[in-house]
Unconditional design. Structure first.
Lengths: 111, 587
């Protein structure tokens, strides 16, 4: 089960996922992520604090958001990743590419 | 009167009425004067046409966007649309709630959305007619009120037909419907769409909204979902909290019942604080629409329940149509592009494993769809060095297949130049990170087997962990220094490597995440631990071990559909002398 929600804060868009980001749930949120990417040139904070589990499809969604927005001069920061998703991110060495922040507030600083 | 309301960054909350024609821009004489540098002097125009309001961009430098999509030509404005003048610029919300729906000919409703939904609209319209007659003869106050209610209902139904018409995908549709529900029911505090997985019967909430504040924490009790789906019709719950049967009122086919009672207003004044309506089309349950009232704002009546039922019927029909449409599109794509992609892809995979004295190979490659994102390759670096790689491209279908072609050709070009796995992955990454701008990336494990020294050097870019079976034990190749992020994520990637000495009898198992992320019918992952267990439990050679793994996987997933490509490569070092016995096939 996965829910998502987009809010605007200052000049940044916060994309918050809650639940499991996996092969079964990613197709449901992909249209929303695509719409975000279509806007181009924007600053996005992905709030992962309520994501309980992630699999390769979920990782693919985050990387694809990072790459596609980056290609359009957008910026992605990832906030609050914890638990199993955090293990996976570090296992995949993604902290070398993605800007990880402990919380949304931290991610918004100087954004 | 239709209007637009500023969402900021300046003048947030300020509203402008939309006249027959009005200009938006920085010029002081624009009807909507925008104080933002991203706006052009004459940026956009809203015009009234016979069938509604249209927004057109007047050649602005930074473009005009409706709901994040750039406006080309003139685009019809819909209620709730978000306008943006230049990315990050001034934003407005279109408030067309007062735009009258065509109400002149209530008896003959134009069929736009489909039979089921319009039946409900026609019933409401007919009823309004009956009541109007009665008002004419008696001046009945009750009838007057009833007409008002019905008109509100009819208007909502028309708007709902409009709302669902433009949606392209299920989530987009449900988001529109949920927003409409909040508009139609001023007493509602939250609205949500719940979807039920037809296989597992688990439910999830792809969109939920609160009138005020973040949608997080909107809870829909499982009991309510179960109940609405079991009964197959709309349910009004009296208690704000839960739904014990005594607290509830159930109305069967409410519209027909109201009609059957002729012109009597709904009896009893039954009210509730929570409503659920099934999203059902021809006995196929998609989920429910759920709305909750805020005690301070009011409650729901049977009328509201009828209305929610009508909206749900329309949404169900639209949902069904979208799914049909998506199904057709998907099939078309498969029929045309995928056949080509499949040919390209198959031509890239080795036709058969290399022949090496003292080493046996077995390969299983099973795309989930016609074309997969998995690949594997064997490359002779010199007569005594063989490179193996297994990978998984994130893109699907033709774009994925083309990207895979690029990946394998890069590996083939780079590998003979330098035997060190970390430098092969580093070089391939630099090329791929430059060429792929569309979000694709690839995980790959690359191993260089030295037949002389019987060692294996490896580097792993975000791929699954290779396993070695030695005796009855399993040795994962998971050295931290050999692990890197997936390729093509960023040009700046650090990658190291590790070496393992092989022993006679060792069996190397490479696989893709389609194996360990295969799910059972109950949704559980197969997982690396099970794979290790089955590997440890067999002493067979390459072919036998491969078969044991696949048989165990089959038992685990039973008849659950395969969601991802599955690739397994087994390499068995049988012991004794080793050496190349034939040329690699691609040469």
């Amino acid at each position: 089960m996965l829910t998502h929600e987009t809010t605007e804060k200052g000049n940044a868009t916060i994309l918050r996922f809650s639940g499991s980001l996996d092969a079964l749930t990613v197709p449901e949120v992909r249209p929303a992520v695509d719409r975000l990417i279509e806007r181009g040139g924007i600053k996005v904070v992905v709030d992962m604090s309520a994501v309980t589990t992630i699999d390769s499809s979920g990782v693919a969604l985050i990387i694809s958001l990072f790459k596609r927005l980056g290609a359009q001069k957008g910026v992605v920061r990832v906030a609050g990743v914890a638990g199993q998703p955090k293990e996976i991110f570090y296992f995949l060495r993604l902290e070398q590419a993605l800007a990880l922040f402990p919380s949304v507030d931290e991610a918004l600083k100087g954004f | 009167m239709a209007r637009i309301v500023s969402l900021g960054p300046v003048d947030a909350g300020k509203a402008w009425r939309l006249e027959a024609e009005c200009l938006l821009g920085r010029r002081l004489d624009c009807h909507v004067c925008v104080h933002d540098q991203r706006a052009s002097r004459r940026h956009a125009r809203v015009r009234r046409e016979a069938d509604g309001l249209y927004l057109e961009d007047l050649g602005s430098s930074n473009g005009t966007f409706i709901n994040g999509k750039r406006v080309e030509g003139a685009q019809r404005l819909r209620h709730g649309d978000e306008l943006e003048l230049g990315v990050g610029g001034a934003r407005f919300r279109a408030d067309l709630s007062d735009e009258a729906a065509p109400m002149t000919d209530r008896g003959s409703v134009t069929v736009t959305a489909g039979a089921e939904a319009t039946t409900a609209m026609i019933e409401v319209a007919n009823l309004a007619k009956v009541l109007e007659k009665r008002r004419g003869s008696t001046g009945d106050l009750e009838a007057e009120r009833e007409i008002e209610r019905l008109q509100r209902k009819l208007q909502a139904m028309y708007r709902s037909a409009d709302t669902v018409a433009g949606a392209q995908d299920p989530t987009g549709l449900l988001e529109r419907v949920v927003a409409l529900v909040l508009e139609v029911f001023p007493q509602a505090s939250t609205a949500a769409a719940v979807l039920v997985d037809p296989r597992t019967h688990e439910f999830r909430t792809p969109c939920a909204r609160r009138r005020r504040g973040a949608a997080a924490g909107v809870q829909i009790p499982q009991a309510v979902v179960d109940r609405v789906l079991r009964q197959g019709h709309s349910v009004l719950l009296r208690a704000p909290g839960e739904g014990s049967p005594t607290d509830t009122m159930v109305i069967k086919n409410p519209l027909v019942r109201v009609l059957g009672d002729g012109v009597d207003p709904p009896e009893g004044g039954a009210v509730g604080w929570r409503m659920g309506a099934p999203l059902t089309f021809r006995s196929e349950h998609h989920g429910i629409l759920h709305v909750e009232a805020e005690a301070a704002l009011g409650y729901f009546t049977q009328d509201d329940l009828d209305l929610l039922g009508g909206l749900a019927t329309q949404a169900s029909l639209a949902l069904h149509l979208i799914q049909l449409h998506q199904g057709l599109l998907a099939r078309e794509r498969i029929d045309h592009d995928l056949r080509l992609a499949r040919q390209i892809q198959r031509s890239l995979l080795p036709r058969e494993p290399p022949r090496v004295t003292g080493v046996d190979f077995a390969v299983h490659y099973e795309p989930a769809f016609q074309v997969g994102g998995d690949f594997y390759d064997f490359l002779w670096l010199d007569p005594l060095k063989l490179a193996l790689c297994v990978g998984d491209v994130s893109g699907k279908a033709i774009s994925g297949a083309l990207f895979m072609a690029r990946v394998t050709s890069e590996v083939r070009a780079v590998a003979p130049l330098d035997g060190a796995p970390r430098r092969v992955l580093g070089r391939v990454n630099r090329v791929l990170a430059e060429v792929s701008e569309d979000g694709m990336f690839v995980t790959m494990v690359y191993l260089a087997l030295d037949l002389t020294s019987q060692t294996l050097r490896y580097a792993n870019a975000g791929h699954t962990t290779p396993l070695i079976r030695r005796g009855g034990r399993v040795l994962p190749l998971e050295a931290s220094e050999a692990r890197a992020m997936p390729l093509a994520v960023t040009p700046r990637m650090e990658v190291g490597e590790a070496t393992v000495a092989l022993e006679p009898g060792d069996l190397l198992l490479l696989y893709t995440d389609g194996i360990i992320e295969a799910r059972s019918r109950s949704g559980e992952f197969y997982g690396q631990a099970r794979l290790e267990a089955v590997l440890a439990a067999t002493a067979a050679g390459a072919r036998g071990t491969l078969e044991a793994v696949l048989a165990d996987l089959d038992r685990f997933v039973e008849d659950a559909p395969q969601a991802d490509d599955q690739t397994v490569v087994c390499v068995h070092f049988t012991g004794g002398a080793v050496g190349r016995t034939s040329l690699a096939p691609e040469e």
